[in-house]
Design a protein around this ligand. Structure first.
Ligand SMILES: Nc1ncnc2c1ncn2[C@@H]1O[C@H](COP(=O)(O)OP(=O)(O)OP(=O)(O)O)[C@@H](O)[C@H]1O
Length: 296
């Protein structure tokens, strides 16, 4: 994000310190698991849809950042959100796991349903929700802890059951990092390369076994080789998870996503469709102009 709401390097303090919207320790605080209540279905929905936005608007104080967004995000697919800077992509992403709750000025209107349950209902615990909706940020933000502890940390503070060694190994494998780090699990996560750190953060997001993984420009701080690994990984992840990714890179959206949502100035969702359709034959002239680089 480029609008002054900060990167995680000033907020990641697993043993204390101020929480930010990009601080994974915030998401992982010990809470009673109310995931059952999130699963209760109050709504009918289209088969294959995991996340539904219904007339979602977001305001920061009096300024509207998102304008009546309605869209269905399919399960086990990669959905990309593209659009010019400031059009509300990150704001929308943060609606899905209620990270906007941490921004005092933010107010969300409308319904945001996960498996048919409005995540903004009073009986939904945002921290339990964030175990089901993991998040990976633009800049890799591992904890200043060992590789092992980076992945196990969230499990520990949640008091999660299970064999942590097994979960750590499995998460690192799913994040395509295991082979590179299996002999150095006790070494600091901060000593890894940027691309490895980002895959470590993905392993950390996977460890609690979420249903959705939100990614906010996960490769924009990485070199082309590391970016390519992350893109391959995203493709693999979609076999098990629903991935929603914000990217500034249109080629990346075209390469990795099944669906693309185009947000334009004013926080408007102008078109949402199969990625091929958006890039080859969009309905909206404004989308065509954006895709072809006429503005934005
Ligand atoms: N914490 C905040 N407080 C006040 N305004 C905010 C905050 N976060 C975002 N905004 C405003 O909301 C609008 C949408 O911002 P958002 O970061 O969601 O856009 P974006 O499309 O993700 O942008 P970028 O591509 O630059 O990251 C912008 O006008 C931005 O200035």
């Amino acid at each position: 994000m480029t609008d002054g709401h900060g990167q995680a390097d000033d907020g990641i303090e697993p043993d204390g310190g101020e929480a930010t919207t990009e601080d994974p320790s915030t998401e992982m605080a010990i809470q009673t698991d109310v995931s059952e209540s999130v699963n209760d279905s109050d709504y009918t929905r289209e088969a294959g849809t995991l996340v539904e936005a219904r007339d979602v608007s977001v305001y920061y104080n009096d300024d509207r950042a998102l304008n009546d967004i309605t869209m269905d995000i399919p399960e086990n697919r990669v959905t990309a959100m593209i659009g010019p800077s400031g059009c509300g992509k990150s704001t929308f992403l943060r609606c899905i796991n209620r990270m906007n709750d941490m921004i005092d000025a933010a107010r969300v209107e409308g319904d945001l349903l996960l498996r048919g349950k409005n995540v903004y209902d009073d009986d939904v615990d945002p921290v339990a929700l964030r175990r089901r909706v993991g998040m990976v940020f633009q800049k890799p933000n591992p904890f200043p802890k060992s590789i092992y502890d980076n992945v196990a940390y969230g499990l520990e503070i949640q008091g999660a059951d299970g064999d942590y060694d097994e979960i750590v190994e499995e998460s690192l494998k799913r994040a395509a990092l295991w082979d590179e780090v299996k002999d150095q699990l006790d070494e600091s996560g901060l000593d890894l390369s940027g691309g490895q750190q980002q895959r470590l953060c993905i392993a950390r997001a996977i460890a609690p076994d979420p249903e959705v993984i939100l990614m906010d420009e996960p490769a924009s701080a990485l070199d082309p080789v590391a970016t390519s690994k992350i893109e391959d990984l995203i493709d693999d992840l979609a076999e098990e998870y629903t991935v929603v990714i914000v990217t500034h890179n249109m080629q990346q959206a075209a390469r990795i996503s099944d669906k693309t949502a185009v947000f334009l100035t004013g926080g408007e969702l102008v078109e949402f469709d199969d990625t091929d359709k958006i890039f080859e034959n969009p309905d909206s002239e404004r989308v065509e102009d954006y895709i072809t680089g006429k503005f934005g």
